[in-house]
Design a protein around this ligand. Structure first.
Ligand SMILES: *Cc1c(COP(=O)(O)O)cnc(C)c1O
Length: 367
């Protein structure tokens, strides 16, 4: 058993993928081919946003969202310390400063009640991360943003298809960022990313920025300094196939999570993932909190139950971000989560036998 298994998923749709690859190969249109525009339209409709822009990665989606908002040196962006490095990296690489706010201990998302205390004259945006597939408290975040005239950029890399009060992840703020990294719920066969927005002006600026700042109407006229970040036609063609199955695959993940929950909820040494009643969780990860994690992981290893620790070191303690001046103890909930969490295998193709094996081993891990 593996922590995740893309082979089985791809075997099931292998014929469709082969045909799509052949079509792109025959068309010779590898950059900006028609599949890119088609996927953008499908994702924008799926998420309920007016515009979508295909990009090279989720990291670029974050970087270009902030750049399109004019965020630069001297600005501050409020975000979570309990996420993948890309979130803060995008802020730092623009010369702006990531300002961390601690997380909620149950959802692992940014604690909206602690945001306002961190707002200064330099604050330009709030960047919530919908961690593990469940959205942050967007009503609370949006109302703070409105009051202080801040932008909201959603890091929805782990949450494509998740909902908060019937709003899809990525469509609840000004801009939403997705990643098609192979292990994400919608994964390409390589890198890929996307921004969605309902703001036409921002969408146009991102289209220009992602292509060297080139004017959309005149070739070799460069309006600003941008970057090269495109979604390959080949990846778009493959993602179009996989997108059709995404709602079912997300439901399948939730079903497995429900089964784990039922079997693990009464174990005294672990806490099952919190699910907020106004949200749907798409379980990019199934993440438990453990008492004495280091006493449990050797047993799981011995019994060959794969697991991952997302994330073992919160961002404010990362060597790369030491220049920000944070120290141990600054975000106790994020630090506690880093010490307690464990993610178990959860992918739509995970067999019932394997689920039962994981549950059995896990249940016996502390007897
Ligand atoms: C995967 C991920 C990213 C980065 O996406 P890439 O496509 O790998 O660049 C950013 N933020 C979060 C929360 C992620 O999980």
């Amino acid at each position: 058993m593996d922590f995740f298994d893309l082979k089985t998923q791809h075997q099931k749709i292998r014929k469709e993928i082969d045909e799509a690859v052949k079509k792109v190969l025959d068309s010779g249109s590898f950059i900006n081919g028609k599949e890119v525009g088609e996927l953008e339209k499908e994702i924008s409709e799926f998420c309920g946003a007016a515009h979508a822009i295909g990009l090279n990665s989720g990291t670029d989606a974050l970087f270009l969202s902030l750049k399109a908002l004019g965020i630069r040196e001297g600005d501050e962006v409020i975000t979570s310390p309990f996420t993948f490095i890309a979130t803060a990296e995008a802020i730092s690489n623009l010369g702006a400063r990531p300002i961390f706010v601690d997380i909620e201990p149950d959802t692992f998302n940014i604690d909206a009640s602690k945001i306002e205390a961190k707002i200064t004259k330099r604050t330009k945006a709030i960047l919530p991360v919908h961690i593990f597939g469940q959205m942050a408290d967007m009503d609370a975040i949006n109302s703070i943003a409105q009051k202080h005239k801040l932008f909201v950029v959603e890091d929805a890399a782990q949450a494509l298809g998740a909902e908060y009060k019937n709003k899809k992840a990525g469509s609840a703020g000004d801009l939403g960022c997705f990643s098609f990294f192979p292990s994400k719920n919608l994964g390409a066969l390589g890198d890929g990313g996307m921004i969605i927005t309902s703001n036409g002006e921002l969408a146009e600026r991102i289209r220009i920025l992602k292509n060297h700042g080139s004017s959309l109407s005149q070739k070799y006229l460069n309006l600003f300094l941008g970057i090269n970040s495109r979604l390959d036609t080949l990846q778009a063609a493959i993602l179009k196939i996989k997108l059709k199955y995404l709602p079912d695959l997300n439901l399948k993940r939730a079903e497995i999570a429900g089964y784990y929950n039922k079997k693990l909820k009464n174990l005294r040494f672990c806490k099952i993932p919190a699910q907020m009643p106004d949200r749907t969780h798409i379980f990019h990860q199934y993440t438990l909190r453990l008492e004495d994690r280091e006493k449990i992981t050797p047993y799981l290893r011995e019994k060959q139950v794969p697991f991952m620790i997302y994330y073992p070191l919160p961002l404010h303690l990362q060597p790369a971000l030491q220049y920000l001046g944070y120290k141990k103890g600054d975000f106790p909930e994020a630090e506690r989560a880093s010490n307690d969490v464990i993610s178990l295998p959860i992918y739509p193709e995970l067999k019932k036998d394997d689920q039962n094996y994981i549950i059995d081993v896990f249940t016996n891990a502390r007897k």
